[in-house]
Design a protein around this ligand. Structure first.
Ligand SMILES: Cc1cc2nc3c(=O)[nH]c(=O)nc-3n(C[C@H](O)[C@H](O)[C@H](O)COP(=O)(O)O)c2cc1C
Length: 318
């Protein structure tokens, strides 16, 4: 299925900058949209419900100002990510703000999209749901989502285990009426083209956007992305309780076994509170135990978002 026309506005390449806990803030989202790629953030990155209200109002106003000043080259649209798992106690309040500010794209993850789909459709928004295998894709399709994000092997964050060469064509054939989005290890313009050839409508890129000037990521996170390769990414459920990918060096620095993520009591970096809290204490999951996808192998710089997207567009068109 082609990309819905409401999501095509201002798009320079068929890319969504994926929502990332802590990393995706206002600056990254607005810079991404202005450069011609859909910018998104997890609603929980805004500390309080009041902050979230301000964030959404700010994004809308900033992009509207940009579009007024650049009618020839308007911004791409923005989106939010709702964690629909029952552990998210703020979900209902966040949904109310989604209905108030009406982001064109709503991405649901870690659960079932449920009645969010109907509510977002009522204002003309699109809902994409992320999945790691066919079973949950079926559930999401039954709930009426517009797109399925296939979170494949090697992705940053809570990655799946399926190879995109198998998963994308299977999704494409099973759901010809839905948008299919490929997530995992995509880092350049050739990857975007490859995703399309496989049958995806959008490339979904996380880690590549961590290494940008606008990301909310500290210097050491950038360095570890630049200096490490695909074999330095460890797939473990010991950090957050769900299987995900983390940079080996950061596991080691947190006093965790760099191969498994298990706490290492005899490590000089071990903090006692990690024993029960899977990387608590001074070294925290996501904050200083860095998540990244295997695509770090191809990332050696931290340009501005604008330069990155211009470069990827040139590679994609070439
Ligand atoms: C640091 C980090 C945090 C993430 N946080 C979230 C999140 O809060 N919600 C979500 O749906 N996905 C999250 N993801 C997954 C991304 O949205 C996306 O699926 C993934 O980054 C794509 O793989 P790539 O990093 O190899 O490009 C996160 C990924 C990373 C690297």
């Amino acid at each position: 299925m082609p990309i819905a026309s409401s999501l095509q506005k201002g798009l320079k390449v068929p890319v969504i900058a994926a929502p990332m806990f802590i990393v995706s803030g206002l600056e990254l989202v607005t810079a991404t949209c202005k450069a011609g790629v859909i910018g998104t953030f997890p609603t929980l990155n805004a500390r309080s419900i009041e902050d979230l209200d301000t964030w959404m109002a700010t994004i809308k106003a900033d992009l509207a100002d940009y579009d007024a000043a650049n009618p020839e080259s308007p911004s791409a649209v923005w989106g939010v990510n709702l964690i629909v798992h029952k552990s998210n106690t703020r979900l209902q309040e966040d949904i109310e703000l989604v209905l108030k500010h009406q982001p064109p794209l709503v991405i649901t993850s870690v659960g079932h999209p449920g009645d969010i789909v109907e509510k977002v459709h009522a204002y003309g928004g699109q809902v994409y749901h992320d999945v790691i295998h066919m079973y949950h894709a079926g559930k999401a399709a039954s709930a009426g989502v517009d797109g399925i994000i296939a979170v494949c092997s090697g992705a940053g964050g809570h990655a799946g285990k399926l190879n995109p060469f198998a998963f994308i064509p299977e999704l494409r054939a099973t759901y010809p009426e839905l948008s299919i989005i490929l997530s995992g290890t995509l880092s350049n313009g050739a990857h975007i083209k490859a995703a399309e050839i496989l049958g995806a409508d959008f490339a979904y890129m996380g880690t590549r956007f961590i290494a940008t000037k606008e990301a909310n990521a500290d210097e050491d996170y950038h360095r570890q992305i630049h200096e490490n390769g695909s074999s330095d990414i460890i797939y473990t459920n010991k950090v957050s309780g769900i299987w995900g990918n983390f940079i080996k060096e950061s596991l080691e620095m947190a006093g965790l076994d760099p191969e498994t993520g298990d706490p290492l009591k005899d490590s000089p970096n071990f903090a006692p509170s990690q024993e029960n809290s899977r990387g608590g204490g001074t070294k925290k999951a996501w904050k200083s135990i860095y998540s990244a996808g295997q695509g770090i192998a191809l990332i050696e710089d931290s340009p501005t978002v604008k330069d990155l997207i211009e470069q990827m567009a040139a590679e994609y068109n070439a």
